[in-house]
Design a protein around this ligand. Structure first.
Ligand SMILES: [Zn+2]
Length: 119
């Protein structure tokens, strides 16, 4: 698995738009222009605007926020089977956070470019 290609159809059309909406939220309070969402079974289950400035937390990247939001909403300890969709490529720390949350697939940008989550 890992780098295996999963058909893009597995991610709903509105996933990237949802990530863009999170980027707009972050920008609305003067944060870094990044947004991400977590998609599970075709539904957006986690929202991640960047909150680095808002929370004065250097780890509050959009992807980390989306993962945390999804875990809290679902009341789960992992996000196996979920897909992380972001407006930009995730940094190394966010890729690690995704792996630790059991996420095996991540995509970024309007073209849903695949992200290699392997260390
Ligand atoms: Zn990051």
């Amino acid at each position: 698995m890992g780098s295996g290609r999963v058909p893009a159809q597995a991610v709903p059309d509105h996933a990237y738009a949802a990530a863009v909406a999170q980027r707009a939220r972050a920008e609305s309070w003067g944060d870094q222009p990044y947004g991400a969402v977590v998609v599970l079974d075709g539904a957006v289950v986690g929202l991640g605007p960047s909150r680095v400035v808002q929370r004065r937390d250097p780890d509050a990247h959009a992807e980390r926020e989306a993962i945390g939001d999804a875990l809290r909403r679902l009341g789960r300890a992992d996000l196996a089977g979920a897909v992380l969709v972001g407006t930009s490529p995730p940094c190394s720390r966010c890729r690690e956070a995704a792996r630790r949350a059991g996420i095996r697939r991540a995509l970024w940008g309007e073209r849903l470019e695949p992200v290699d989550l392997d260390p």
